[in-house]
Design a protein around this ligand. Structure first.
Ligand code: G4P
Length: 528
């Protein structure tokens, strides 16, 4: 591998923002893109209210509902780094999409609303990051509002998210009295001006907390700030990059995204500490280093209708190793077939453009006519199988009833393809021919139905079932498994990969079955 390629890899930072809806993810994304010069006017990123043109609204249904269903990628340059920001849907109904996206990033930025504190989605997403030891930087947003005390917020994050917190900045005043932040990381004071971002473009460097300039600038708040900093320095650990990279410690920033305050400090620190592309784990326990000479890539998301004039799909591929080149023939590992593309696309904030090459950490869009499935690999010939794009148990299961007997083939094909895209999970009952659709949130049914009708001209109805959870099963002993299957046949089905799935009315039923039926292994994600 040449030094040039190494440099390209090392300067890449691929991350996602995770937050509970309304915490400020869109606002912060926009500020990051403005700093990166990727957009030039505020409001260019999607607005939930759909009054503005948007980057990631690819589907009409998405626009109708005013929520971002799709995951888009925004690339931009900042301080010599190539940053790939992967957008994740905030709506809980599309959380599976978010989980998949988190498998394609090297770190995450967690945005917490300082008025509301840690919320349910944040908790869940943080848990996913922990499963994959993804390093997290935290931004406590909306400090311009009357919120919780910073110490309270930190303690809550530490306790609820099970991660050590390390404040990198500290607010001077709160709410109406919010005056700015003191950066513990840079030892600078940044003053907040609610009408124009901040008053001092680069902050004021002070020689320490004793510096008299602090009194001049913070006035009556200086004393409190000194006390608080002394206190937190005694309580919280110093920043330790190794612990951050291991997902054990999260550096925390305070600010107000709406007022563009604290975001640049966050970005400046991010480019210094966030990890460049990390090795990707393989099923056999090995991992592929990004510095491996030979190219490999992982499909983590498939999206249809990016351009409503075309029916084709776009597969999002994360480059895992080597250099990806346009017009070069690669191998699609699962099918063993060659794959070549003349128009791989990169995603900028508002545009897509054809690229000639891409490096580890980059996300490339590949034109797909139905060949790809989530989790697929492209390589230069090696038989690589990447791990880590799990399915979680759906929470709602409905059976599919065909409404147009002449279109049963279309329905079948539509269900298959949309399940491969990850729109829903699809199961086939062991008894009878019935197909079950499993989702995390009801909106997924709407998306499925809309797309079946619009793209496949298939009509169907969904009928409720009593199931609200499921687990995957494995058993090495044929007789034990046969006995189990006989006893529970009505509750068994297979997923798209043919794995055995046990449906239950609630978790208690699964626990009871686990107790009663010993020789079986039970799994709560599909990647066992
Ligand atoms: P999301 O993508 O995480 O769902 O959140 P988004 O950025 O859309 O922000 C949610 C709401 O919070 C928006 O208000 C936004 O303006 C507001 N907000 C974001 N950052 C801050 C902040 O630092 N301080 C304050 N006070 N508010 C903030 P909205 O009224 O729902 O939408 P809009 O009309 O402003 O677009």
């Amino acid at each position: 591998m040449t030094d040039q390629v190494r440099k390209e890899i090392d300067r890449r930072l691929t991350f996602a923002i995770i937050s509970h809806p309304d915490a400020g993810k869109t606002t912060i994304t926009e500020k990051l893109l403005l700093f990166g010069g990727a957009i030039h006017v505020a409001g260019a990123v999607k607005s939930k209210k759909n009054t503005r043109a948007t980057t990631s609204d690819f589907m009409q249904i998405e626009q109708d509902r005013g929520i971002s269903i799709s995951t888009s990628v925004m690339g931009f340059e900042y301080r010599g780094r190539k940053i790939n920001l992967l957008d994740t849907p905030g709506h809980a109904d599309f959380s599976e999409d978010t989980y998949r996206t988190l498998t394609a990033v090297d770190s995450a930025l967690m945005v917490i609303d300082s008025v509301k504190g840690v919320e349910e989605r944040t908790r869940k997403l943080c848990e996913i990051c922990r499963m994959r030891t993804t390093p997290i930087i935290t931004f406590m947003n909306k400090m311009d509002r009357e919120g919780r005390e910073p110490v309270e917020l930190l303690d809550e994050a530490e306790e609820e998210l099970d991660i050590t917190v390390c404040p990198m900045s500290w607010p001077v005043g709160r709410g109406r009295d919010f005056k700015g932040v003191y950066s513990l990381y840079e030892n600078k004071l940044f003053f907040f001006n609610p009408h124009g971002g901040r008053s001092e473009a680069d902050g004021v460097e002070i020689s320490g907390l004793d510096d008299p300039r602090l009194d001049r600038m913070a006035g009556s708040l200086a004393k409190k700030l000194r006390e608080e900093i002394e206190l937190i320095q005694g309580v919280y650990p110093a920043f330790d990059r190794q612990r951050y990279l291991a997902g054990l410690q999260t550096p925390v920033f305070f600010g107000s995204a709406l007022n563009n305050f604290g975001v640049r400090e966050l970005l400046d620190c991010f480019v210094n500490i966030a990890p460049p592309p990390r090795p990707r784990p393989l099923e056999d326990g090995d991992a592929v280093s990004p510095y491996n000479d030979r190219f490999s890539g992982l499909i983590f998301k498939i999206h249809a209708n990016m351009d409503p004039r075309h029916r084709d799909r776009i597969a999002f591929m994360r480059i895992c190793s080597g250099v990806f080149e346009r017009n070069k023939t690669y191998q699609h590992v699962r099918s063993g077939k060659p794959y070549k593309t003349a128009s791989p696309t990169a995603f900028m904030a508002q545009d897509r453009m054809v690229i000639d090459e891409a490096y580890p950490g980059d996300i490339v869009g590949l034109h797909d006519t139905g060949a790809f499935k989530i989790g697929d690999a492209l390589t230069e010939g090696e038989d690589l199988r990447f791990t880590g794009i799990p399915n979680f148990s759906p929470q709602i299961f409905k059976s599919v009833l065909n409404q147009d007997p002449l279109k049963s083939k279309q329905l079948e094909k539509g269900l298959q393809q949309l399940a491969e895209e990850g729109v829903v999970q699809l199961f086939s009952r062991l008894t009878g021919n019935e197909k079950l659709v499993g989702v995390v949130g009801v909106l997924q049914f709407d998306v499925l139905q809309f797309r079946l009708e619009n793209e496949y001209k298939a009509l169907c109805r969904f009928e409720a079932t009593e199931y609200t959870t499921a687990c995957w099963l494995k058993c090495g002993d044929k007789k034990t498994l046969d006995d189990f299957m006989r006893r529970h046949s009505a509750k068994l089905c297979r997923d798209r990969e043919g794995r055995l799935v046990f449906l239950a009315r609630n978790r208690w039923m699964i626990d009871r079955t686990m107790e009663a039926e010993k020789g079986i292994e039970y799994f709560f994600t599909s990647d066992f």
